[in-house]
Write a protein that binds this ligand. Structure first.
Ligand code: PEP
Ligand code: MN
Length: 357
């Protein structure tokens, strides 16, 4: 039997591990997965999709409300609190009636402010923790918007899930991680827990360990990983699901970063180095500003003498001279080219303003 769940502190466990099947398929499948996960003793929340947003019609779209009864039973037997994906007002109501402990908003819902608002309205005055996945497209504002809509509805217990971003063409990942986006999200909402979902980032089993470790290295607070008693025969996302036993191996192999004495020493060293980086960056900015002032002076000269802004030969010479120099100093040619192209573009913009001014 499950004890009372302290919903206000549910996200305080670190690492916070969410696992369970992509979809609830049968009562037996869900309960056996939950029992195996419980025997690992490492899972804080049992997930299962009941209503599945599928890309194409005709694919398995979830078992619907009956699955919520199976989840209740799975919680009773395994003792693990539960979470389901909700996308509509009706989903929210059904989930609440069936004592689901935590709700999650999926990537295909976060993209749509109508649906997010519908969920927020349905949750007004309800005290339930909620997980918000990033939108499928790399739009940070939509992700922030979803958080703000929930906060406006009075939900305080919010955590974020990074599940990667859809991109055109073949990449090694099903959804590109684009780590800079969750990092920026962490910066904007420092008090919210950030969980990584390696399953939907990878789309296959072989990359799960690497992606999970990468997220831990970036100070993420936990993981959502899909598990199934018979992954190869799963009705959805078969390629990326693993058995509860395989999950245990992945979790055991992870190097969790903890703050201990050794680490504190390392941190103070890191802080010193970071201070130096900050100083160097400040110097770079003032050098760039000096460079831009010189470009402005040249701009005035060009205007006075009616000379074109872009002098291709001069620009080629600059690039050639700098890439040789950069290489001697351990910087890649490609990086220096990108860097100076950006600087050059800014100079041209400045000079254009001068010409048109
Ligand atoms: C899921 O977790 O099964 C799911 C549908 O995920 P996402 O919303 O990240 O695609
Ligand atoms: Mn899935």
């Amino acid at each position: 039997m499950v004890g009372a769940i302290d919903k206000n502190n549910i996200f305080n466990n670190r690492p916070f591990i969410i696992s369970g099947p992509c979809s609830a398929e049968t009562e037996e499948q869900l309960i056996s997965t939950a029992i195996q996960l419980a025997s690992n003793g490492k899972v804080n929340l049992l997930r299962a999709g009941i209503w599945k947003p599928r890309t194409k019609p005709g694919m398995f779209e979830g078992v619907g409300t009956i699955g919520l009864k199976w989840l209740q039973e799975a919680k009773k037997i395994s003792g693990i609190p539960t979470t389901v994906e909700v996308a509509t007002h009706k989903h929210v109501e059904e989930a609440l009636i069936h004592d689901v402990d935590v709700l999650w908003i999926g990537a295909r819902t976060t993209v749509n402010p109508f649906f997010v608002q519908e969920i927020a309205d349905a949750l007004k005055g309800v005290d339930i923790p909620i997980l918000i996945k990033n939108p499928i497209n790399p739009d940070l504002e939509l992700w922030c918007g979803a958080v703000e809509r929930m906060q406006k509805s009075g939900l305080n217990n919010i955590a974020l899930i990074h599940r990667g971003f859809s991109s055109f063409g073949n990449t090694k990942y099903r959804n590109a991680p684009m780590w800079q986006l969750p990092i920026e999200m962490k910066r904007r909402f420092p008090s919210l827990m950030m969980i990584c979902d390696p399953s939907h980032i990878c789309g296959n089993r072989s990359l799960l360990q690497d992606v999970a470790q990468k997220s831990i290295n970036l100070d993420f607070n936990g993981l959502m990983i899909e598990t199934h008693i018979d992954p190869d025969n799963a009705w959805s996302d078969a390629n990326q699901q693993i058995t509860p036993g395989q999950l245990e191996i992945i979790l055991d192999n992870l190097k969790w970063r903890s703050v201990n004495a050794e680490e504190e020493l390392l941190n103070s060293l890191l802080n010193k180095l970071r201070e130096q980086i900050d100083q160097t960056d400040d110097e770079l900015i003032s050098l760039l500003s000096q460079r831009m002032k010189l470009a402005d002076e040249i701009g005035f000269y060009k205007k006075e003498h009616n000379i074109t802004i872009l002098q291709t030969e001069r620009w080629n010479n600059i690039l050639e001279r700098l890439s040789t120099k950069a290489e001697q100093m351990g910087l890649s040619k490609a990086f220096i080219k990108n860097y100076f192209e950006a600087i050059h573009l800014e100079s041209i913009n400045h000079q254009n303003k001068i010409m048109n001014g």
